[in-house]
Design a protein around this ligand. Sequence first.
Ligand SMILES: *[C@@H]1O[C@H](CO)[C@@H](O)[C@H](O)[C@H]1NC(C)=O
Ligand SMILES: *[C@@H]1O[C@H](CO)[C@@H](O)[C@H](O)[C@H]1NC(C)=O
Ligand SMILES: *[C@@H]1O[C@H](CO)[C@@H](O)[C@H](O)[C@H]1NC(C)=O
Ligand SMILES: *[C@@H]1O[C@H](CO)[C@@H](O)[C@H](O)[C@H]1NC(C)=O
Ligand SMILES: *[C@@H]1O[C@H](CO)[C@@H](O)[C@H](O)[C@H]1NC(C)=O
Length: 728
Amino acid sequence: MGPLLLLGSALLCSYFQLGRVVNAKESFVIESIALSIEPHTNVPRNTNVTLRCKIKVIQGSEVLSREYGLYKDNEIIYNKTTSSSEDFLYHLPEVRVSNNGRYYCMITIQGAQKTSETERLAVTGLSKPVLRINQSNFTEGEEISAWCSAPGESGPLLFYYYDNSKEIRLHHMNYDTSMAKMRLKDVGRHNIHCSYTVVLKTESVKSVESNTVTVAVRELSITPVLEISPQDNIYEGDRLSITCTVSDFHQSSLNTELILSQENLMLSRGNWYVNYSMIAPTSATHTFQCMLMVGSVRKVDTKSVPVKELFSVPTLTMAPLEVFQRETMTLTCRSDRVAHERLDRSELNYTLFPVDSLIPRSSGLFFGKALLNDFNYTCAARAKGIEKSSKTLTVRPKVFISTPEISVHGRVILGQPFQILCLSVRGSLPITYTLFKDYQQIGKAIVQYPHDQALFTVTVNHTREINKFICEANNKINNKEGVLSRALNATVIVPLGRPVLSVVPNQQDLSEGNNLNLICTVNGTPPITFRWYREGDAQPVSTTTSDRNFKDYEVSVLSKEHSGKYFCEAENRANNKVRSKLISIEVHMAQWKKALIWGVILLVVSVLVLVGCVLYFKSKRVRVDGTSVSVWSERKPESDNDEESTVSNEPDVEYTEVVHPRSADPARAPLKKGTDTVYSELQNVPHGAVDHHDYGSVEYADQNGDQPETGQYHPESNNYPDLPVPVD
Ligand SMILES: *[C@@H]1O[C@H](CO)[C@@H](O)[C@H](O)[C@H]1NC(C)=O
Ligand SMILES: *[C@@H]1O[C@H](CO)[C@@H](O)[C@H](O)[C@H]1NC(C)=O
Ligand SMILES: *[C@@H]1O[C@H](CO)[C@@H](O)[C@H](O)[C@H]1NC(C)=O
Ligand SMILES: *[C@@H]1O[C@H](CO)[C@@H](O)[C@H](O)[C@H]1NC(C)=O
Ligand SMILES: *[C@@H]1O[C@H](CO)[C@@H](O)[C@H](O)[C@H]1NC(C)=O
């Protein structure tokens, strides 16, 4: 029982495994399928070849329908359904190279398939191609017909045509013959042959060369003829007659065409004869061409025609060379060269465009006023049907220049470089600016573009020099008659000299309770900022700005605490800070205090004297009485140090300048001529001649006698040395 069960299950397994081959109901098995090529797989051309497909099927008695398929290079080429169990045969009679390929066969029985192995058929040998040409003599440009055939060959074929070994044409055909139409380019003998290739799926096989056919191509006998009259001495405006013909009219069988052209411009065309008439164009050498076309043949005849100039292109000029707005001008239109043998100058006609813009005066002259804006003019000269235009003349009327303004650019500091700007608000560019000083040219600047500026860098060493600058602007071509500006007017800032600090009242009168004025005086251009410092302090005790050259700082009620050393500092727009020397201030005790002390002393002395006398007289009487008392021994010693304060002679205080009230006698003034102090000179000037200020009341005492500063008070400085205001 066990082995039987095993066999059953094995059968069942094999049934499912071979399910496609073994049918459960009509059980059959395709045992094998094989393809063979007879007589051989490598055969020469023309062999009768048979493909045999042999199948072995194991089956029962029932009849099976067999489906055969034959494949070449994986494409089916034949199929057949039969119930016969004989071999399946496929005949390839008289094989060709086109039969080459890889073959296999396949069988299908009731859905079950089996495929044979692949066999490769190789046929050798191709037929020799044959070339035929319908004619052996041609005229150039003529078309020829050529046939190339591959006798007995089949399959897709490629035909090649060769002219003197050069491949000239390729044809793809499915038949064994190809026909090509072609034109042989060159005149002469041509050896033509052809060949072909059998194109298979996986390979292509090339044939041998065909027979060679020799073809003669002869030149076309007719040529184009170009004739132009007159032949020479042609001037612009002359009439030209041009003909374009063929050399031999009798070959009328040919289909010809003629084209007449000048450079690339076609003038006319025709079949056998072209005539054309024209006015000789502007002077130059012109090339005409007559072209003959026969089929694809092109033959040309060209001629160059030198055309002489009748008159030159006119030029339009303006006189004068530049005009300003609304100024009169003359425009001249003129052809410089005229062929006198053909043309009289009087025959030339000139026209100005736009017409009527100016008045014509005589031939070529036009007169009128320049407009306000740019304007374009052209002119034309005309004679014998020829017209020539000048180039455009753009008249650009200039704008008259306005009076230039002269000004300084920035601050003017004596002795330092600064810039002077010259500017005309109106006027056409370019403008030439010239800077003069004392009518001597010292600089020149040309302003080409708007926004450019004429700036000159100069230096003045004297305040009066500033007014000597003047500038000139000019925008005329010849730079004649420029426009002058006014003289430069600007403030010259004189840098400050060393300031002098002086004290009012006199040093001896500096007592407690009095006024004190510290007057700072300096040379240089106001406004001036004055600062007073007490030595040792970081901050000034006072700061003020004045439009004059001096300023005072007043302490109204002096006290002992105001004693100390002082100096002043000055600064102006020239940006230099200058300082005076130190001055020492010593405040004395008030007069009334001294008087009081003296009074007390006197009183005490008087009392003591009185008491002494009394005691003396009493003692005379007492000596009588035998007793005596000394009053003097009780008297206290006097002490009074207040009187000792004096002006201290500190080593760093070099001088002290004191201003006295007027009461002083001018003759008594201790001024030294040698130091040239202005103040001393002012005193010599009659009262009120210089100023209404009561300067006569001021006396300067030069204690040390060596003040360099005072030397700066030159008479020229009178512009600003506002001298100290009288002090109350
Ligand atoms: C090939 O077969 C053709 C008939 O189909 C026959 O005429 C010819 O003689 C055969 N050629 C050879 C070489 O047997
Ligand atoms: C030869 O072929 C060309 C082009 O097809 C044709 O124009 C010409 O008439 C042919 N010549 C002859 C003699 O047939
Ligand atoms: C061109 O030739 C024809 C005759 O062939 C003539 O009638 C005609 O006037 C000629 N034209 C010119 C422009 O010469
Ligand atoms: C003048 O002609 C020039 C070109 O030649 C052109 O650019 C310009 O705009 C013209 N000016 C006027 C005012 O017509
Ligand atoms: C110079 O300029 C000042 C102020 O800018 C003016 O007061 C003075 O009149 C001018 N002087 C001249 C000569 O123009």
